[in-house]
Design a protein around this ligand. Structure first.
Ligand code: UDP
Length: 383
């Protein structure tokens, strides 16, 4: 029998789950409080320059998950794009992620791969056997000089705390390479949507069983008329912050235009703590198949997220995780709400993982329905 489900949030999670349920014959309503779909992946053409802009900061699609790659390609053409990030630090420009070029340039060496490995191993703090914090991970794998130049200042600006207070997992996002491969990601599939992420998500939502409402806030007491709710907003927001607010970092973007090519790459990081922004994004380089005379750039500043700001990065330090555990316990008492995505589960998620989890979650709900079981509040463990 056909059900009527509500997706709160029209980002990747809501769109992917909604599409799956719609294709299985269920009726899907999707509500988003913002005036656009796509959540923080939202892209739009800049009015002044015609450049496709990543409105909420750079989003580069990369995955090893063939099903996810096929999924996104079903709804949008992905064109080849390799993210080659540079960083400006201590008065020079270097290649990221840390690779043989970075090591040789930084230390004024001409080392071969094995020599560089040995060289860094001598700098590394090998007394750290099981790195727990960001700082330990850096000192163990790249040593103090590269840590200071490329990670410490950037991370203090990005997270507003010492890298010794952050988990090693954040740094594990970035590889260290002993060759000249400067591809920021190590995944097999990488690309950019030809017409932007918002076009892709619009295509996912384009189904006769899906009804979309923008500029629409959903209150908890409105859910009675639905069979099930998938909530991809902030988990603490669902409970009106009754246990307090989970900490996030938010971003401010300072837009500027340039006539020509400002920096020659899409993303330039700034490693020095004295430079107040973390990075500058030159959006036209995300669409290398297009040509634009003018250029639009964002200087990116990170700060603590206030009640009226847009949440970006979940902080997930000890205090937040304790509060999260309490919210998870509350959420588990919900009868027909499943919490999904970056905000619903308060995790630092890449787009491909978000889609993978959404596909799994949609399937889990369809299976639960078939088997007459209750869909749990979480299809992944957020803790
Ligand atoms: N990072 C850093 N220096 C850099 C780039 C990244 O120290 O030049 C650290 C920083 O703490 C950041 C984390 O590595 O939060 C992950 O970086 P990534 O580029 O994956 O961040 P995102 O693009 O998701 O903001």
């Amino acid at each position: 029998m056909s059900k009527h489900c509500l997706m709160v949030g029209a980002g990747l999670s809501g769109a992917v789950i909604g599409r799956m349920l719609a294709e299985a014959g269920h009726r899907v309503s999707i509500a988003d409080s913002r005036p656009h779909i796509g959540g923080n992946c939202h892209t739009e053409r800049d009015a002044a320059t015609g450049v496709m802009v990543h409105v909420y900061g750079p989003h580069i699609f990369h995955t090893d998950d063939a099903e996810v790659w096929d999924y996104v390609n079903r709804f949008e053409t992905f064109l080849p794009y390799k993210n080659r990030v540079k960083t400006t630090s201590q008065g020079a420009v270097y290649s990221l992620p840390v690779n043989l070029h970075t090591i040789n340039q930084f230390f004024g060496q001409t080392l071969r791969p094995d020599e560089a490995r040995l060289f860094l191993e001598q700098k590394a703090d090998t007394s750290i056997t099981d790195p727990q914090t960001f700082e330990e991970q850096a000192l163990r794998f790249v040593g103090p000089e590269l840590y200071e130049a490329f990670f410490k200042g950037y991370t203090i600006k990005q997270w507003g705390c010492s890298p010794s207070e952050l988990p090693a997992s954040i740094l594990k996002r970035l590889p260290v390479r002993f060759n000249y491969d400067d591809n920021y990601f190590f995944h097999q599939f990488q690309g950019m949507p030809e017409n932007g992420y918002t076009a892709m998500i619009a295509a996912i939502l384009d189904h006769p069983n899906i009804e979309l409402s923008l500029n629409t806030r959903v209150a908890r007491d409105e859910i009675d008329s639905y069979d099930h709710v998938f909530y991809s907003g902030p988990i603490d927001g669902w409970f009106d912050y009754e246990l307090g607010r989970l900490g996030y970092r938010t971003l401010d973007f300072e837009r500027f235009e340039f006539d020509g090519d400002y920096q020659g790459c899409a993303v330039m990081n700034y490693g020095d703590v004295a430079t107040p922004y973390t990075r500058i994004t030159e959006h036209k380089h995300f669409s290398p198949w297009e040509s634009h005379e003018g250029s639009v750039l964002y200087r990116e500043f990170s700060r603590a997220c206030g009640p009226d700001d847009i949440p970006y990065y979940p902080i997930r330090q000890v205090a937040e995780k304790t509060m999260l555990a309490d919210y998870v316990a509350l959420a588990q008492k919900e009868e027909k709400v499943t919490f999904v995505g970056r905000l619903g589960t308060y995790r630092y998620l890449d787009m491909d993982v978000t889609i993978r989890e959404a596909l799994d979650c949609g399937r889990a709900w369809l299976n639960a329905l078939n088997e007459g079981k209750k869909m749990p509040a979480f299809n992944v463990n957020p803790l």
